[in-house]
Write a protein that binds this ligand. Structure first.
Ligand SMILES: O=C(O)[C@H](O)[C@H](O)COP(=O)(O)O
Ligand SMILES: [Mg+2]
Length: 298
């Protein structure tokens, strides 16, 4: 049973109980480029209390460096080494876990942030933002030359996805022996500034269907994301809390990592998802309406 937080005493107790605060971003701190009311105050309060803050996002459109730029623009204090995005986690997985040979490359369905993280990890790639792939011209195999060095396809949120990219990715996974099918995350929807949009999971879905197989997903709730964080940051799971707006990514991620979980209702999760006949079996430790509520602990 989740604890629905309401009193200043409860929020004060929560702040005392946890030294490390992991924050999801979309739907918790912001909607698109709009900060959620109270987010700034609460992050400042936690810093004043010398809490460790980590930002753990499945949004693969940005690199850690470009997220730092977004935080700066929004006036939020954040350091690059506090930021863990699924683009970064995917690049680290390909370079350090898969150990992609240097003469091999990745075909990307995704945006500049994912490409930047791949470059940072020394991973060669094709596709992505390449104008040749961002075309609405019909795709024909006659004009396509298979690159034998492509050993993986990685798929992330791509607002310029098209039939050409899906077709090329399909060629590599079906025709290059051992070519891996990866995705940065599987979120079905994305909470933008002006409402819900299809998420990264909707970008890889056509490929899943055409291939009849699922990709290996790197982002929350997968352990690969936690491994990526624990490789860089030490934290005591018993004194760590994950704050998120989505049950099947953020809350599952926290539970899998053995940390406590706080669900906020400013993003994906609706009341009907947590109460009533269709309530999810995923039960967060705590629930509160918004990150803003935590400022009652002052
Ligand atoms: O479609 C996506 O990639 C997700 O909706 C989105 O990016 C989630 O980001 P998060 O809530 O993990 O910050
Ligand atoms: Mg979110």
């Amino acid at each position: 049973m989740s604890v629905r937080l309401s009193s200043p005493e409860e929020y004060a107790k929560l702040l005392d109980q946890y030294d490390t605060w992991m924050f999801d971003c979309d739907g918790v701190l912001w909607h698109g480029d709009r900060l959620i009311d109270g987010a700034l105050d609460v992050l400042r309060l936690l810093r004043e209390r010398n809490k460790k803050i980590l930002f753990v996002t499945n949004n693969a459109t940005k690199s850690r460096r470009s997220y730092k730029g977004k935080f700066d623009q929004l006036g939020v204090e954040a350091n690059v080494d506090e930021i863990y995005g699924s683009a970064y986690a995917a690049a680290v997985y390909i370079s350090s876990v898969m150990k992609l040979p240097k003469d091999k490359k990745v075909y990307v369905i995704g945006m500049a942030g994912l490409e930047e993280e791949l470059r940072n990890e020394g991973v060669s790639y094709i596709g992505g933002t390449d104008p040749a792939d961002n075309t609405l011209e019909p795709f024909t195999l006659e004009n396509f030359t298979l690159d034998p060095d492509v050993a993986a396809v990685v798929c992330g949120l791509d607002t310029r996805v098209n039939y050409t990219k899906l077709s090329i990715a399909f060629q590599y996974i079906t025709r290059n022996p051992g070519c891996q099918f990866l995705c940065t995350n599987e979120d079905s929807t994305y909470p933008s500034a002006n409402g819900l949009l299809p998420g990264a999971g909707a970008i890889s879905a056509p490929l899943r269907y055409a291939l009849g197989k699922d990709p290996l997903s790197i982002g929350k709730p997968a352990k690969t994301m936690l491994d990526c964080i624990q490789a860089k940051v030490h934290f005591d799971p018993k004194r760590t809390i994950m704050v998120g707006d989505r049950l099947n990514t953020d809350i599952l991620f926290g539970q899998a990592g053995g940390v406590s979980t706080l669900l906020v209702m400013t993003g994906i999760t609706q009341e009907t998802d947590i109460t009533g006949p269709n309530a999810s079996p995923i039960i967060p430790d705590y629930i509160t309406s918004s990150i803003k509520d935590l400022s009652a602990a002052k």
